[in-house]
Design a protein around this ligand. Structure first.
Ligand SMILES: Cc1cc2nc3c(=O)[nH]c(=O)nc-3n(C[C@H](O)[C@H](O)[C@H](O)COP(=O)(O)OP(=O)(O)OC[C@H]3O[C@@H](n4cnc5c(N)ncnc54)[C@H](O)[C@@H]3O)c2cc1C
Length: 383
């Protein structure tokens, strides 16, 4: 870390470091995959009890109200300590959206349960024929009395099979961006079927969700009926800021360094220049994220910057983990993890896990299109 920190920031870093050192269960350190809820949620709740689960939320909503630098410190220390990955759809996506646009009842019902870790959320946007072209979604909802009745099919729903709630886009009328409604769905409602999908890395991170006459109260609509596109895209802009954070790049760097540390002194010296380049790339992402976050906190719109951050951070992670494959040499071809002492380093899985980064949250090709259209004034984009 190359930033100059204030005495308070240095004290905060050392407090975080020593707490993480004492509190992360050994068997959950340095995992290359997100653990199942039975392991991930107790850790989530421990961070929540310590007051560090929602650093970016305002104190009034149950968060920590941390400055961007404090948030970066937390992420850097979590990465350094090898803290396990936790579900973030509640914390980074629907929580901030409800704080901005939810009704008082929606806030009262959901915010504290997200912070406490009592409710797991999933995102129901993508459909089999609506991914990059999200406006072509066809999951339908008709209004009946004071309910929406939903029929359709969502796919690639991260942790959908573990989630208690889904925030979803459904079509209540019209075509493309008109007539889409943003709604909160209790996953225990009758008519919902979930089918896990196994990823290329062998885990069941996401699933398909089928809706058959699923009745959802109209009070669960966020914003106006038919005006969900605006709600959804503001959420996606925020989401990309969270995909472009210092956490993922620092995690990748820690993993690379653990592999380099297994080499002989002579071989380590051979890698030194490239590891230093990786460190500089991580600092670049952190500096860019801090700059965008500070403007976001000041109320400046950062829609374009969030696309840029998403590209920068995800491609930095991939390039660092590609380097990790080179460092691992023939170990990279093994399906079994290599061991450092009694700690596993799953090189193969790290590489496979990193492929998804440039796809989810809107693929990097689509982010480049957004920047071409909005910043460079090229082309027209979809309607
Ligand atoms: C690990 C993971 C987790 C996910 N979690 C969720 C989730 O929780 N909830 C959810 O709703 N969705 C989720 N998704 C889905 C994700 O948002 C979509 O995969 C993504 O938007 C791309 O859509 P698609 O898969 O239909 O690919 P397609 O849209 O079919 O795209 C295929 C390829 O073509 C490219 N392409 C498409 N259109 C264009 C264009 N106009 N210009 C240039 N290139 C183009 C894309 O970049 C991509 O490389 C997840 C995906 C992954 C990989």
């Amino acid at each position: 870390m190359l930033r100059i920190e204030s005495p308070n920031e240095r004290a905060f870093r050392s407090e975080v470091r020593s707490w993480l050192d004492r509190n992360i269960p050994d068997h959950l350190r340095h995992l290359t995959f997100r653990p199942q809820p039975a392991d991930a949620m107790p850790w989530y709740k421990a961070l929540s009890r310590r007051g560090w689960i929602a650093p970016h939320w305002p104190v009034s909503a149950g968060g920590m109200g941390a400055t961007p630098v404090e948030q970066a410190i937390l992420m850097e220390e979590l990465a350094q300590a090898g803290a396990p990955d936790i579900p973030t759809q509640g914390l980074n996506h629907i929580g901030p959206l409800l704080i901005k646009a939810g009704t008082p009842e929606q806030k009262a019902m959901h915010l504290s349960r997200i912070v406490n870790g009592d409710a797991i959320w999933c995102q129901g946007y993508s459909e089999p024929n609506a991914g990059s072209d999200l406006a072509s979604l066809v999951t339908r909802a008709r209004i009946e009395d004071d309910h929406l009745v939903i029929n359709g099919h969502k796919i690639w729903t991260t942790w959908g099979h573990h989630a208690h709630w889904m925030f979803a886009l459904v079509r209540t009328s019209g075509k493309r961006r008109d007539g889409i409604t943003f709604v909160l769905i209790d996953m225990a409602t009758s008519g919902i079927t979930r089918r896990p999908i196994v990823t290329i890395a062998g885990d069941d991170e996401f699933c398909e969700v089928f809706f058959d006459e699923v009745r959802v109260p109209l009070s669960n609509v966020v914003g106006e009926i038919g005006q969900g596109w605006k709600v959804a895209t503001s959420l996606l802009d925020d989401e990309r800021m969270h995909l472009g954070t210092p956490l993922s790049v620092n995690r990748a760097l820690v993993r690379l360094k653990r592999l380099v540390a297994r080499l002989s002194k002579q071989e380590q010296a051979r890698w030194m220049a490239r590891v230093t380049e990786a460190e500089i790339a991580v600092e670049t992402v952190t500096a860019a994220w801090l700059d965008v976050s500070e403007r976001f906190e000041a109320g400046v719109g950062v829609e374009n910057e969030s696309s840029y951050l998403k590209i920068l951070a995800t491609e930095t992670v991939q390039s660092i983990l590609d380097m990790a494959l080179e460092v691992a040499g023939s170990d990279a071809a093994r399906c079994e993890p290599v061991l450092e002492g009694n700690k596993r380093i799953d090189v193969n899985e790290m590489f496979l896990q990193s492929r998804r980064l440039t796809i989810y949250g809107g693929s990097n090709e689509i982010q480049r299109s957004i920047l071409a259209t909005r910043v460079l004034g090229m082309g027209g984009g979809r309607g």
